[in-house]
Design a protein around this ligand. Structure first.
Ligand SMILES: C[S@@+](CC[C@H](N)C(=O)[O-])C[C@H]1O[C@@H](n2cnc3c(N)ncnc32)[C@H](O)[C@@H]1O
Length: 260
């Protein structure tokens, strides 16, 4: 494939730039990630003979090659590492998600232009702030922690129409049948609650969720307490299945979709 067409690298075609490809690999292969990275570097130099491989910290263009079994994703870095935390302009509460992960969750939920969107356990509002990159009808977030709510309010202060409240997600100040979409990083029972309290919390939360969701609404919920969540949704007769598995800070939470 001519990669210059895929990611518009033509402006660098005749320039002496430094570059490098970072590679990762999972599955059964006869080569290492270092072999991968060297092969990709050679391939790029063939297409761009004026480029030289840079050293870590000294490279003008950076690429990634992630191979999983027989699938490869080749990507070009558009932003520097500060962008991972939205250039340090955000406050993050305990158990906060990285904005990039929050954004991926929002994107995965296929944001609808006029939808009423809710994160009932919003912490410092990372998901709400990322959701605001797409058009929305209404945007609600809240948390039981006063500190988290204060951080979330600051984080979304510039977003017109975003409402952040202190609340208990099991008793929400929202009308019956009003919410189209929920994306939320649920308490897992690791940092905030005792694992034994999780099932009871999910049970009470779902009673409330069933009340406020519109028919055909959907929720994308991240947790590593999958058994507890499936047991609860089963009790309420809701369709619920695992859509994604993530690897985050040594944990492997899943994202489950619940249809109302
Ligand atoms: C995993 S964290 C969410 C972090 C958030 N996604 C972020 O990026 O900042 C779970 C949140 O649930 C909140 N929480 C726990 N029990 C709650 C309840 N009953 N009602 C509302 N929030 C609750 C905690 O205070 C915590 O902020």
């Amino acid at each position: 494939m001519d990669i210059s067409k895929a990611i518009d690298l033509d402006k660098y075609r005749h320039r002496n730039v430094t570059f490098a490809v970072n590679a990762s690999r999972s599955g059964k292969h006869t080569y290492s990630r270092f072999d991968l990275s060297e092969a990709a570097n050679r391939g790029l130099q063939k297409q761009f003979p004026t480029w030289t491989v840079g050293t870590p910290g000294h490279r003008e263009l950076e690429f990634r090659l992630d191979v999983t079994d027989d699938q490869a994703v080749f990507s070009y870095r558009l932003t520097d590492s500060a962008f991972r935390f939205r250039s340090e302009q955000r406050l993050f509460s305990i158990a906060a998600l990285r904005p990039t992960v929050a954004h991926a969750l929002v994107w995965h939920s296929r944001p609808g232009r006029d939808e009423c969107f809710l994160d009932p356990f919003c912490g410092s509002g990372t998901i709400i702030a990322e959701r605001a990159y797409y058009p929305f009808g209404k945007l609600y977030g809240g948390d039981i922690s006063e500190v988290a709510v204060e951080a979330a309010k600051q984080n979304v202060a510039s977003i017109d129409g975003a409402v952040i409240r202190r609340w208990d997600a099991c008793n929400l100040p929202l009308e019956q049948g009003t919410v189209d979409k929920v994306v939320s990083n649920l308490p897992f029972g690791e940092q905030i609650l005792d694992p034994g309290e999780i099932y009871d919390l999910y049970l009470k939360f779902f009673k409330e969720l069933k009340r406020i969701m519109k028919p055909n609404g959907s929720a994308f919920l991240m947790t590593d307490k999958v058994k507890e969540l499936l047991k609860v949704t089963d009790q309420f007769g809701l369709e619920c299945y695992v859509e994604l598995e993530l690897s985050l800070k040594g944990l492997h939470p899943k994202v489950l979709k619940v249809n109302f």
